[in-house]
Design a binder for this molecule. Structure first.
Ligand code: NAD
Ligand code: UD1
Length: 337
């Protein structure tokens, strides 16, 4: 079965490509390399011993996307391509709506022209805003507080309207919680540009000595130790969630929505302590003010994915930190090494 993977050179896309190739799928990846390196796909092929086809291109280019889709017989598209930095989205909203919303609409036009009707979309737990209760189920109220979050909500709406208008479509919205870690080979992982915004990449760079210490954004939240609690999920478990969704929903008309999380929350200080153990070195920290826009606690109720997809996350905190550290210590400068 042949698949088109948009944004497949990125962090989650590259890990998903490994699992898809190992499961026997034939892959074409399209990526404009705006936030990734071609080397990630070379490593994917090294890990799996299998080949994929790479096309450097932009999903907003509808005519090239249409030609690409028509040139192959794809059964489905897995759509990772997009911009994802929350802070940047408030500074550059037009850019975010252009890539995330405009890019998706361009992709959908091309899919319609080529008559490919199965799409799996990378959504985010950010669509739950500040949740009223945890764990969060798929039917919780949706909201957004920044252009990145709005772009995910808008795409969810576009896909839902499309599916309601034409029953040939199978649309799967995967709401990821906090992906962390790396493939256990240490050959692929997260390679952020500049100073990381997210917790685990920041901690890893403190551990490797690139950054002096972690700044903990607030210790006065109503949580066990006062620091923010999140549902961290190993990126390989997340990748396997895509396989499960694909197997179940390819050519199964409807709108399918799943939380991909572990169902367990860890605080910032728990994550720091776990990483300290994995890296066997101290991670100094100081507590600073809360980060604007942050919420206290967020974790998934992942039971629907278990019921419908027979999928659940199996890798624990130790796997997340040990695998993340293996990647960081092997490649302190990411794919530039
Ligand atoms: P990433 O930046 O590593 O991967 C995204 C890829 O898309 C990159 O390789 C980038 O070069 C490519 N891209 C961006 N705009 C493009 C365009 N117009 N045309 C073609 N390629 C384009 O990000 P990631 O962490 O792998 O995230 C993948 C998806 O999952 C994104 O849609 C993101 O919003 C979503 N998501 C990520 C997280 C997370 O914490 N990483 C959480 C929830 C949802
Ligand atoms: C962030 C985004 C979210 C996005 C997700 C995945 C914000 C407000 N939210 O989620 O929309 O879907 O990334 O990309 O940016 N922390 C520190 N020090 C740091 C970094 C983080 O204490 O240097 C804390 C945060 O306050 C939070 C936790 O660590 O409590 C996790 O933060 P982060 O990794 O940025 O993820 P989220 O905020 O959950």
């Amino acid at each position: 079965m042949k698949l088109l993977i948009t944004g497949g050179a990125g962090y989650i896309g590259s890990h998903t490509c490994v699992e898809l190739l190992e499961a026997g799928y034939e892959l074409v990846v399209i990526d404009n390399l705006s936030n990734s390196k071609r080397a990630s796909l070379d490593r994917v092929m090294e890990i799996t011993g299998q080949r994929l086809t790479f096309v450097e291109g932009d999903i907003r280019d509808t005519s090239s996307m249409t030609s690409l889709l028509k040139a192959h017989s794809f059964e489905a598209v897995i759509h990772f391509a997009g911009l994802k930095a929350v802070g940047e989205s408030s500074r550059l909203p037009v850019n975010y709506y252009d890539h995330n919303v405009g890019g998706t609409i361009s992709l959908l036009k091309a899919m319609q022209a080529a008559e490919v009707y199965t799409l799996i979309f990378s959504s985010s737990a950010t669509v739950y805003g500040d949740p009223e209760t945890v764990p969060i189920t798929e039917s919780a109220p949706l909201s957004a507080t920044n252009p990145y979050g709005w772009s995910k909500l808008m795409v969810e709406q576009v896909l839902s309207d499309l599916q309601a208008s034409d029953d040939r479509w199978s649309v799967t919205l995967l709401r990821y919680f906090n992906p962390v870690g790396a493939h256990q080979s240490g050959l692929i992982g997260e390679d952020p540009n500049g100073i990381p915004n997210n917790l685990l990449p920041y901690i890893s760079q403190v551990a490797i000595g690139k950054l002096s210490h972690l700044r903990v954004f607030g210790d006065d939240y109503p949580t066990l130790d006062g620091t923010g609690v999140r549902d961290y999920i190993h990126v390989v478990d997340l990748a396997l969630g895509h396989l499960a969704a694909l197997k179940r929903n390819v050519h199964r008309p409807g709108r399918h929505v799943y939380n991909l999380g572990t169902g367990k929350g860890y605080s910032v200080l728990e994550m720091r302590a776990a990483f300290e153990q994995a890296a066997e070195r101290p991670i100094p920290y100081e507590v600073v003010a809360r980060r604007p826009g942050d919420i206290a606690a967020c974790w998934a109720d992942p039971s629907l994915a278990m019921q419908e997809l027979s999928w659940s996350a199996v890798r624990g905190l130790e796997d997340m930190t040990i695998d993340g550290w293996r990647w960081q210590s092997r490649s302190p400068n990411g794919y530039e090494d």
